[in-house]
Design a protein around this ligand. Structure first.
Ligand SMILES: [Cu+2]
Length: 335
């Protein structure tokens, strides 16, 4: 017979036997909320945070042949107030440009390496031999191939050069929407790509920051962001209308943290995992896996400010938060 040990006694015994040194620095929770609204993990209407780009999805194209040409470029870019990062990019933006095609379309792809180190590409929407298409491209060189997008959904694409975690953390990822042949219902559409930054310490406050490999291995990001910048859509809320259908194409580029996507004050009417199969109905939160993409549809019931977050709240605190401004609400939310 198994003798049950009370949990508290077990915990006390474990603590007694522990040989780990006591922690010398323990961060404490902020004493003051940064925002006036519940779940407002970041300041709303904050001009100190750059708006990297609008979250709007590109319009659906009627073309059946899409020429996509990406150039790898290393640039410095602002990722949070006062924080400049030495980013590796496709076309000088993070995330990389959103590509949008329809099932059955052909993507004619060219990658040009305008950077000083090898890079590559990996389209999750393609069914293709990586040994042919996803090979390293040296500086000043290029690669060209075609693929047919056969499965609807929103797919990650990224640099696949080892170590992949380094290339993704530095900014080499984007979203590719594959629309079904029969269009989805009309909606306001947005693309949100979640990712992480791991900052190496620096003594030069003016120098661009770079990745801290150990922090990445420890899964301890400094920032978790939507579309490349800390809390940019809290600082610059996204204007929508109450009652209109909203559709979010959410990709989690990681490289490590699952996105538990949630809109405060709303319930998702439909959630599509990679856009295939029947949707899940009436969902409060759904986890987008790292390297995955999901499509979320919802409506906001009344005028107001509606935060959207990764409900892994350490990550929301680190910047995975935005705000939808429905209609013209009088002030912010009450709690
Ligand atoms: Cu790369």
């Amino acid at each position: 017979m198994v003798r049950r040990i009370p949990l508290l006694l077990l915990l006390a015994a474990c603590q007694t036997r522990s040989t780990a040194p006591p922690k010398t620095t323990t961060p404490s929770a902020p004493a003051k909320s940064p925002a006036s609204m519940s779940h407002g993990e970041a300041t709303i209407n904050n001009p100190a945070v750059p708006l990297e780009r609008a979250a709007d999805a590109p319009a659906r194209s009627t073309s059946h042949l899409h020429y996509v040409r990406l150039r790898t470029v290393h640039i410095s870019r602002v990722i949070a107030p006062g924080v400049v990062y030495q980013a590796w990019t496709f076309d000088s933006v993070v995330p990389a440009p959103t590509v949008r095609v329809t099932v059955g379309d052909t993507v004619d792809f060219t990658l040009v390496n305008g950077s000083p180190i090898p890079h590559s590409i990996d389209f999750h929407a393609a069914q293709i031999a990586p040994s042919r298409a996803y090979v390293n491209v040296n500086p000043k060189d290029s690669i060209h191939f075609r693929f047919v997008a056969r499965v609807p959904g929103v797919f990650m694409y990224h640099c696949g050069t080892a170590p992949v975690a380094l290339h993704i953390s530095n900014g080499m990822f984007g979203a590719l929407i594959v629309d079904p042949v029969t269009p989805r219902p009309p909606a306001r559409e947005f693309v949100l790509v979640q990712s992480e930054y791991y900052l190496a310490p620096t003594h030069d406050s003016t120098a661009p920051r770079s990745l801290d490999w150990q922090r990445m291995l420890d899964l301890s990001p400094d920032y978790v962001v939507f579309n490349g910048v800390y809390a940019q859509y809290a600082a610059h809320p996204i204007q929508v209308e109450p009652g209109e259908l909203l559709r979010f194409y959410v990709v989690d580029a990681g490289p490590n943290r699952v996105s538990s996507f949630h809109v405060v004050g709303a319930i998702f009417e439909r959630v599509f995992v990679d856009g295939t199969g029947p949707p899940q109905l009436g969902v409060q939160t759904a986890s987008v896996p790292v390297g995955g993409g999901m499509i979320f549809e919802t409506r906001l019931a009344e005028p107001g400010l509606y935060p959207f977050v990764s409900h892994s709240f350490a990550d929301a605190t680190k910047g995975a938060v935005g705000v939808l401004r429905a209609g013209n609400p009088p002030g912010s939310a009450s709690h």
